[in-house]
Unconditional design. Sequence first.
Length: 325
Amino acid sequence: MKPIFGRGPSLQLRLFLAILLSASLMLADSRLGAFANIRYLLNSAVAPLQYAANLPREMLDVLRGQFSSHQRLLTENKALKRDLFVMKSNVLLLDQLQQENQRLRDLLGSPFVRDERKMVAEVMAVDSDPYSYQVMINKGRVDGVYEGQPVINDKGIVGQVSYVGAHNSRVLLLIDPTNAIPVQVVRNDIRVIATGGGRNHQILLEHVPSSTDIEKGDLLVSSGLGGRYPEGYPVARVTSFTFDNKRPFAQITAKTTVQFDRLRYLLLVWPTDRTKIKDQTAVTAEGAPITTAVTPVTATDPVTLTTPAVNPTVPAPRKVNNANE
């Protein structure tokens, strides 16, 4: 008897075709980035759901704040006023120390940037993958966030932005095994590379010779090399330094200053060089004159001086040679 419905391909053939199609799509996305725009649109579409899922927590926080006792608020207010008074007295000395530090750095030729622009962001979700340490924040491309942007909090460096959506972004934490940061020891300014240890409060110092002057308890701060992370922010404190004569490098572990299992509010940092470039672009677009820095010319090497072509009557650039040649 002839069946009513025709038989299609076998289940094994369907499974093989599905696996082949999945592998092709993953290869096209990883190598060619063919679905980057689609992923961006899907992330933008899912963003309202993430905000809706985060709404109950925000409402509970508001209600908890509304029902706080009056006596508790008065006690906290007195404590904050006392702390503010102490902080103001410390700032008086801090201004003098900052000016002295700046003068010393000018003499050494080592500028120390401290006028970055910052924006507060809130953690919306934590990645559930046990092999990946990432969090989702509520700031995106519309707020000026960019990939690779450094992220900090009140304890030190948290990580960098790995993906930017329209209204949210994903932050790759410092403890992720795929993340690395150049650091230096505060005690003696030794520079090394730290990588994520895959645990909540651990990073590793790799390729460090056994004779390196690093001790337990040394504070590690960002060195600023590479231009990704700003200089001087706390990163971790060395907890162990062990070495084996059979190995060329020592095994060094450090405990991060940031508690990654308690992240709530973060700070997005715009380094000064990106801010200046953005401001110069805005000034140029408005038609304002562009000023160029004048660098001193020494009599040791030939230097080529160029002038921006803002007027057709300006003469062409000329080369200034050494007077002894």
